[in-house]
Design a protein around this ligand. Sequence first.
Ligand SMILES: Nc1nc2c(ncn2[C@@H]2O[C@H](COP(=O)(O)OP(=O)(O)OP(=O)(O)O)[C@@H](O)[C@H]2O)c(=O)[nH]1
Ligand SMILES: [Mg+2]
Length: 201
Amino acid sequence: MMTVQNVEFGTSAPTFRECPDSDLPEFAFIGRSNVGKSSLINRLSGRPGLAKVSPTPGHTKTLNFFNVDGRWSLVDLPGYGYAQKDAAARARFERLILDYLEHRESLAQAFVLIDSRHPPQAIDQEFVRWMLQVDVPFSLVLTKIDRVKPAELERHIGLFAKTFEELGLSPARAFRTSSETGVGRFELLQFIGETIREWEG
Ligand SMILES: Nc1nc2c(ncn2[C@@H]2O[C@H](COP(=O)(O)OP(=O)(O)OP(=O)(O)O)[C@@H](O)[C@H]2O)c(=O)[nH]1
Ligand SMILES: [Mg+2]
């Protein structure tokens, strides 16, 4: 049983260069702006106010590192796909996200969050294709399942499975989560625990 005792905010890095040195395995949360990255980090850590959550997209603007029990780290990333007015700022966030995912040596696993309320979106497919191309280890996480009727959820999951199989992802396993109800927290933490044990070898 994987538990979380002590969680501490470490660093907020506005550029890849400013990421802290670390040997601990890192678990990063990435996905479209507003998909629920910060909320899921709060739910997993059991600390509601840890990462800043906002109903308006484009809220998280830096890489935020949280240390868990001196053994592993959670990293909250800015979202992609938010069409803000400032194109230069958007390009800067995208660079930051891609640099981190491609070059961070302590990245044990990225969680790619997908909003379960919608059928597959082109921007998520493009992003997953990029992850496969640069060979970043990742898992898919469906968010906000409390907001979808069961039949609708199954329909979307069928479509996701088809989409991701087309991208060569198999098995098309995805964690089903809700930061509102806590569904999926246990499974995600167990998986993190297993990944840490592999990492520690
Ligand atoms: N009902 C429901 N709402 C959620 C869930 N997760 C997140 N939200 C809401 O979705 C909105 C965005 O959540 P955030 O956690 O800030 O999303 P984010 O992906 O970190 O967004 P950015 O940092 O802007 O990219 C907030 O209003 C949350 O309360 C969920 O599981 N269920
Ligand atoms: Mg956020």
